[in-house]
Design a binder for this molecule. Sequence first.
Ligand code: M6R
Length: 607
Amino acid sequence: MCGIFGCILRKGDAAPIIHSALKRLEYRGYDSVGEATLQQEKLLIKKDEGKIDEVHALHNLDDLPGRIGIGHTRWATHGAPSRVNAHPHTDCTEKIAVVHNGIIENFLQLRRELEELGHLFQSKTDTEVICHLIEEEMSGGKPLAEAVRGAVKRLDGSYAIAVLSTSEPDKIVCVRKESPLALGVAEDAVYCASDIPAFLPLANKSVILQDGELGMLKDEGYELRKIDDWSLVTREPEVIDWTPEMAEKQGYPHFMLKEIHEQPLCLRNTLRLQEQYLELMTTFLDRAGEVFLVACGTSYHACLAASYMFSKLAMLATYPVIASEFVEQHGRAVNIESTILAVSQSGETADTLAAVEWARKRAATILGLTNTIDSTLTRVSRVYICQQSGPEIGVAATKTFTSQLSVLSQLALRLAKKRGKISHEEIEDLEEKLEHIPNIVDTIIESQEEKVKQLAKKYRDKDCFFFLGRGVSSASALEGRLKLLEIAYAPSIAYPAGESKHGPISLVEAGFPVVFLCPRDGTRKTIVGNIMEMKARGASIIAIIQEGDEEIKGLADDYLEIPEGLPEILSPIPYVIPLQLLAYYMAIERDLDPDKPRNLAKSVTVQ
Ligand code: M6R
């Protein structure tokens, strides 16, 4: 996730406006920054690696001349943070500049094709292909907007872009597909940006671009067209009534809720990961003598779920290990044959890095899954995958968890394919279902959020909660418990449901809330037995069920529904959504700030 911005002012310099707008977008990415302005038909660019203040201190982002410009704040996806990979990017002639948020899936193929035509690339980014594609289109005599249209028609993936060209120095062209883009309209200026906060102090009206639309910003205002048939779109600007604080959270009261709602988008991003990284990591996993899945907190729960995926799909036994226990538990056994797949959204968790360091010294192979390019984990990993969830601000991991699960399930599927462990039909079916997960998550949020709010009201004063699931759902149970505990300060206990009668059941008395995860998989029969045991002792049953599961509906005091047709192995992604919402609304009911739970830090950099 990156932030893009563009502005056309009637008078005054664009650079300080771009600089301040990028500051307001910094939460979208902060590993490098850049801006381009147009002055006397010349393109002027400043960019570098680092946070905005650092780059400003070095280069003065305010002194570029010109009243038209674009800017970018980056969250690296393709290519490490560096000056050359920072946006804006340019074409061979340095007459076209582009800023981009999103992922171009087919960039390697396009890059090869453009290089064969003689284009010279400077960066390792996917974005740069867009500049050269526009250059190609313009060399045939097309005006800027049509050239941009021609270029984006070649792109697979997601993008919000803003383009400047010296050949039409009074315009900015922007396009949206699956990445946010809004126009800001003021008396004396027009803006485009990834999010409204970028222009909130400057414009009080906005127009939201829809997927497949192109916006042309000019002195007189803006023009919108559909990329498909080039027809004009008429959309009047709407008055923005957000406070700056609301705007930063895009109208959501908290980052946690915003990030829960972002999950469909993030999951779509994980389905666009570059094949070669997935393939490379799968090859390492395939060759491994033994695989340890090492992580802390929520990332550990993703590892636990992954151990079921690897075993059930690829018949690979893996050991999920809590990072702080790794050295004590397995340290002496680690050797050159061992492979460590370390999972950490921040890539900076001290316990995870300590486990990795130990294993590295014993010549083990280190693989990394993280959300942060250029984090320590990426530097110490032989191969790493960046899950592309964008910055997560809420302390509770939500969107990064489901993205981790999506990447890990893709790895398990690939490994299954490589090892010939399941049939082609089964693999194709699973791949198709994985493609649908973002839509399913969308449906769950839309259909269940209100019900979760009511549940939070009903159970807000309960002292303690149980979370129970079987099989892969025991990982979801642990994650549901961690969310409720850390955000709503509700003491909670989670177990594989079969274990509950070996001790924990002694806590249960009339009205004790027990959350059961009940997907319709091989564990369903036994989970019904566990529900009966709890009911017999007066527990209040809150069941997360598959839509239309009448039997469990009849047993439960309350239930939340997940659309049917999901394979067992993918169920942790949808089934955790109601649990995240439950934690969030319980915190609200208890008058707590879900974004800043006490005693916790987003990244735990001490052991
Ligand atoms: O950055 P990491 O994924 O390594 O972080 C691991 C844990 O600290 C983290 O998941 C923590 O448990 C979260 N607060 C959970 O919501």
